[in-house]
Write a new protein. Structure first.
Ligand code: SF4
Ligand code: FES
Length: 243
């Protein structure tokens, strides 16, 4: 299988695409293919990974124009256009010469500056999360707060977020509005709003509805399709909008 991979050096934009022939076998993932390329053909290829098991959220990238985790995407399953994302330039503009039938196209996750090859600078994504002040205030003498299984169930899907930023990279609003905190930050803010242990839910309602938050979302819902953990941030954003 041929892999066409976006390359860049010292930050900035994609400078060119390199082609590699990968020996594939059953069950092989896109991340396995990148390891093979790095080990046998090109040690200069840069990409992020850690857990190799869809837990750490490090290996997010664009695979055949769809935002996916490389460690969770089997080569045999890569088709493209499965997610039916609402189009925006990063996922519609294809490189010259790409043969979508015989090649897998790998590019860095959109909406963030490129540091090197497939490694992007996630500062904006984390800044958005940090701006929401996602912690509970406690006071001296606070006792622990328990939660029953039904209450926990209400926040379960938001707790599953692995901060992979696939929602951020798939969002047409994040593509054009620097100030938008992004879908994951809003889903996590809603989780604190809904958590029965939260002392002041109103604080989270306020941050989620600030101008850089839910008001900027157009409910395009690419985030729901791209999220690998079923967090479906769009559902939380819809609830925030209704506040
Ligand atoms: S909401 Fe989903 S896509 Fe977004 S960071 Fe969390 S796990 Fe990743
Ligand atoms: S390497 Fe951890 S999610 Fe892919």
């Amino acid at each position: 299988m041929m892999f066409r991979i976006a390359r860049s050096r010292a930050g900035g934009s994609i400078t060119h695409y390199d082609l590699y022939k990968v020996d594939t076998k059953n069950g092989m993932t896109v991340l396995d293919a990148l390891f093979q390329i790095q080990d046998r053909m090109d040690p200069s290829l840069s990409f992020r990974y850690s857990c190799r098991g869809a837990v750490c959220g490090s290996c997010s990238m664009l695979i055949n124009k769809e935002p996916r985790l490389a460690c969770r995407t089997q080569i045999a399953d890569v088709k493209g256009n499965d997610m039916k994302l609402k189009p925006f330039p990063a996922i519609t503009e294809t490189p010259k010469g790409w043969n979508s039938d015989g090649e897998i196209l790998i590019e860095p996750l959109p909406n963030m500056p490129i540091l090197n090859d497939l490694v992007v600078d996630m500062t904006k994504f984390y800044d958005g999360l940090e701006s929401m002040k996602l912690w509970n205030e406690t006071e001296d003498g606070d006792t622990s707060r328990s939660q029953n299984p039904e209450e926990r169930k209400k926040i379960e899907r938001y707790v599953n977020c692995i901060l992979c930023a696939l929602c951020y990279g798939s969002c047409p609003i994040n593509a054009v509005k620097e100030e938008y905190v992004g879908p994951a930050a809003l889903a996590k803010t809603w989780r604190f709003h809904e958590d029965t242990r939260t002392v002041d839910p109103e604080r989270f309602a306020k941050t989620a509805t600030q101008p850089e938050g839910a008001p900027l979302c157009d409910l395009i819902l690419n985030c729901v399709k791209a999220c690998p953990k079923g967090v479906a941030p769009g559902g939380a954003i819809r609830k925030i909008k209704s506040l």
